[in-house]
Design a binder for this molecule. Structure first.
Ligand code: NAP
Ligand code: ZN
Ligand code: ZN
Length: 354
């Protein structure tokens, strides 16, 4: 076992504070990473504050969040083939799955029938305890769940691709978003800004729907062709029947019916956000126009690698604000206010050395 440093919350109302933890020694198939950067996803905050009790189950404390991890390989097991010491590598939301069920065989490890192992707040098959995530200096992960990262792109800006990137990429690839489609993205945060970048890159005409007037200029810079304020009912009524796809990335309770009304015939609204509260949907807004309300969750390992390679080829990364580990609690408060441009990324060099 190797002792290392992280940040953890001890209960749902606690702040994140320094925490000592241990990582297993690299087994034959394991890769040990020194974590350089870790993105801050709203799912970290939901789980730290125990907001997903009804869907995900109770959070296990202490919780060390973090699942947008980029690091440098510091050790590899004897049977590791893909990585060597010194390589740059990434870890996302998953660190294991059964690898045998039909979904795992199809590359849909996120839907493993036997329960995929999440990077944090999940039962750790190795220790029997709880998995600890990327708000830490070191992590050990089976090589099948470690991604190759190109050295072409700035690493801090690559980290958010491991969750915000794959979640939006996978959903849009599954529903074949592309040339000629009119796409709306709701909420310009971590997922939202990646959705805008990918939709524009896939050739769609993109409209940003935001509660924040001050984000219009950035939305256009990120690739949106149009911008509407969701607080302005007049602007929204004019969008009725307009979109082939709506990608909803909002993290808090909000109305969905207004957006269903904006879908074109056979349009698809993708719920990627995971607010704690249940949705209230008017059925006739779906049936009139044969519309679909769908969800999607991160992406499998092969597709995550495909997305990372696509980003390296097309020079796509996340727009980030790099923070120190000690500013994480302030970052959470800003994220709750929608004050994020457009992903906080923790520089792990700011955690005290071991
Ligand atoms: P984020 O960076 O905090 O962005 C959320 C954005 O939603 C905000 O910036 C804001 O954008 C908008 N918003 C916030 N509160 C709102 C409200 N009350 N009404 C309307 N709009 C509001 O969050 P994120 O990291 O992108 O995550 C978004 C959601 O996706 C979270 O619930 C997260 O857990 C979930 N998630 C799901 C998956 C998946 O696999 N499906 C993966 C990762 C994350 P504007 O200022 O533009 O309005
Ligand atoms: Zn995430
Ligand atoms: Zn499986």
């Amino acid at each position: 076992m190797t002792a290392t440093k992280g940040y953890a919350a001890q209960n749902a109302t606690d702040t994140l504070r320094p925490f000592d933890l241990t990582r297993r020694d690299a087994g034959p198939h394991d890769v040990q990473l020194e974590i350089l950067y870790c993105g801050v996803c709203h799912s970290d905050l939901h789980q730290v504050r125990n907001e997903w009790v009804e869907t995900w189950g109770k959070t296990s404390y202490p919780i060390v969040p973090g699942h947008e991890i980029v690091g440098r390989v510091t050790a590899v097991g004897d049977h590791v083939k893909k990585f060597k010491v010194g390589d740059t590598a990434g870890v996302g939301f998953l660190v294991d799955s059964c690898r045998e069920c039909d979904n795992c065989r199809k590359g849909l490890e996120q839907f493993c029938r036997n329960g995929a192992t999440c990077t944090f707040n999940n039962t750790d098959k190795h220790s029997g305890g709880i998995t600890y995530g990327g708000y830490s200096k070191l992590i050990v992960v089976d090589e099948d769940f470690v991604l190759k990262i190109s050295d072409k792109l700035p690493l801090a800006n690559v980290a958010p691709l491991l969750c915000a990137g794959i979640t939006t990429y996978s959903a849009m690839r599954h529903w074949k978003v592309g040339e000629g489609h009119k796409v709306a993205v709701v909420g310009l945060g971590g997922l939202g800004h990646m959705a805008v970048k990918f939709a524009a890159s896939f050739g769609a005409e993109v409209t940003m729907l935001s509660t924040s007037p001050d984000k219009e200029k950035d939305a256009r810079r990120l690739g949106a062709h149009h911008f509407s304020l969701t607080k302005n009912e007049g602007q929204l009524t004019a969008l009725a029947g307009m979109f082939d796809f709506i990608i909803d990335t909002v993290s808090a309770a909000h109305g969905h019916n207004i957006y269903l009304n904006m879908l074109n015939t056979d349009g698809v609204m993708m719920c990627l956000g995971a607010p704690a509260e249940p949705l209230q949907i008017m059925g006739h807004l779906l049936s009139g126009g044969r519309k679909s309300l769908v969800g999607s969750s991160i992406g499998g390992l092969q597709e995550t690698q495909e997305m990372l390679d696509y980003c390296a080829d097309h020079n796509i990364t996340s727009d980030v604000e790099i923070i120190s580990m000690a500013s994480i609690n302030e970052a959470y408060e800003r994220m709750l206010k929608g004050d994020v441009k457009y992903r906080f990324v923790i520089d792990m060099a700011t955690i005290a050395p071991i």
